[in-house]
Design a protein around this ligand. Structure first.
Ligand SMILES: [Zn+2]
Length: 172
């Protein structure tokens, strides 16, 4: 998969967050921006910026299947960076409508990627895994909780996005 990705994104780089000063700076900003709500930026979250994918500690210990699912989510972000450019992405990520609490731009970018998370989960682990209430709860929490700065705190709307995507998966 990485070889194929390297062909589609020739400047693709994988960086270990723990050994990267820029990631450590972002970790501090994320902690401040979420008032300590997200303190696991370095240890849990994979982050894509431009054509660089920053990997959290413990990445190597995850199963191949789990890593494929996460990478398919990140590929959506690679495509978004190609589509909008770094400045466009920074703008969409931070400004419409507010940086924290009502970040529609960020929510749309993340929703496009989380829809791929559901598709990838179905492909790798089966449809039942994609329908697992634990996955749904995890994804809803990403939108309504501190992980991405409470980007879209409308639980029922996020639930509806998930319903539509799962219905699409069931049909195909
Ligand atoms: Zn994402």
């Amino acid at each position: 998969m990485l070889a194929e990705l390297g062909q589609r994104f020739p400047k693709l780089r994988l960086v270990d967050k723990r050994e990267d000063r820029f990631s450590q700076l972002l970790d501090r900003l994320v902690r401040i921006g979420t008032l300590g709500g997200n303190s696991v930026y370095l240890t849990r979250y994979v982050t894509t910026l431009g054509q660089t994918i920053y990997l959290p500690t413990g990445w190597a210990q995850r199963s191949d299947e789990e890593r494929v699912v996460v990478m398919r989510h990140e590929v959506v972000h690679l495509q978004q960076f190609r589509r909008y450019g770094k400045l466009g992405m920074a703008f969409l990520y931070l400004f419409p409508l507010l940086p924290i609490g009502l970040a529609l731009g960020r929510a749309r970018l993340e929703w496009e990627a989380y829809a791929e998370t559901f598709r990838a989960t179905a492909d790798v682990f089966g449809l039942e895994a994609a329908r697992d209430p634990a996955l749904r709860a995890h994804v809803v929490a990403q939108f309504v909780g501190p992980a991405y700065g409470y980007m879209w705190p409308f639980r029922r709307q996020v639930e509806r996005w998930i319903d539509v995507e799962l219905a699409r998966l069931t049909e195909s």
